[in-house]
Design a protein around this ligand. Structure first.
Ligand SMILES: [Zn+2]
Length: 117
C-alpha cells in the first residue's frame, strides 16, 4: 500500500513546514496537496494513512485535501496536445494512443490552512 509511504512524505513535509513557523499555539486545519494522476493514489487509503500518521503530532485532527490536476499529453501521430480524460493517452483529435504524457507525477504541498489561538 504505497499510500502509506506517500502519507508519510506528506506528514514529514508538513511537520518541517510547521517547524519554520515560529508561533506558539498554532493549529493545523487543512493540508492541501497536489498529487498527479499517474501516482495512482486511492484517495480513501491516503486519507486513512494520513489520519493514522498524524496521530500524536501537530497534524492531529487536520483535514487532508487532495488536488489532482488533469493529465496532459502530446500526440506523436498528429501533434495535438491538451488535457486527457483518463490516465492513458488517447488523442482527442485523431484517436491515436501513441503519445507522450506531460506531468502526472506531481507530489507537493500546495497550501496549509492554519489557525492561531
Ligand atoms: Zn493525434
Amino acid at each position: 500500500m504505497h499510500e502509506f509511504n506517500i502519507g508519510q512524505t506528506i506528514v514529514d513535509s508538513v511537520l518541517s513546514e510547521l517547524k519554520n513557523i515560529k508561533e506558539p499555539n498554532l493549529k493545523l486545519i487543512t493540508t492541501r496537496v497536489v498529487i498527479g494522476k499517474l501516482r495512482s493514489i486511492v484517495p480513501d487509503y491516503l486519507q486513512f494513512a494520513y489520519e493514522n500518521l498524524s496521530k500524536d503530532t501537530l497534524l492531529q485532527g487536520s483535514k487532508l485535501e487532495v488536488v489532482s490536476p488533469p493529465l496532459k499529453g502530446t500526440c506523436l501521430q498528429c501533434g495535438w496536445s491538451g488535457e486527457l480524460k483518463g490516465s492513458l493517452f488517447e488523442c482527442a483529435s485523431c484517436g491515436s494512443t501513441r503519445g507522450k504524457l506531460d506531468g502526472g507525477r506531481e507530489l507537493y504541498l500546495e497550501n496549509l490552512e492554519i489557525e492561531h489561538d
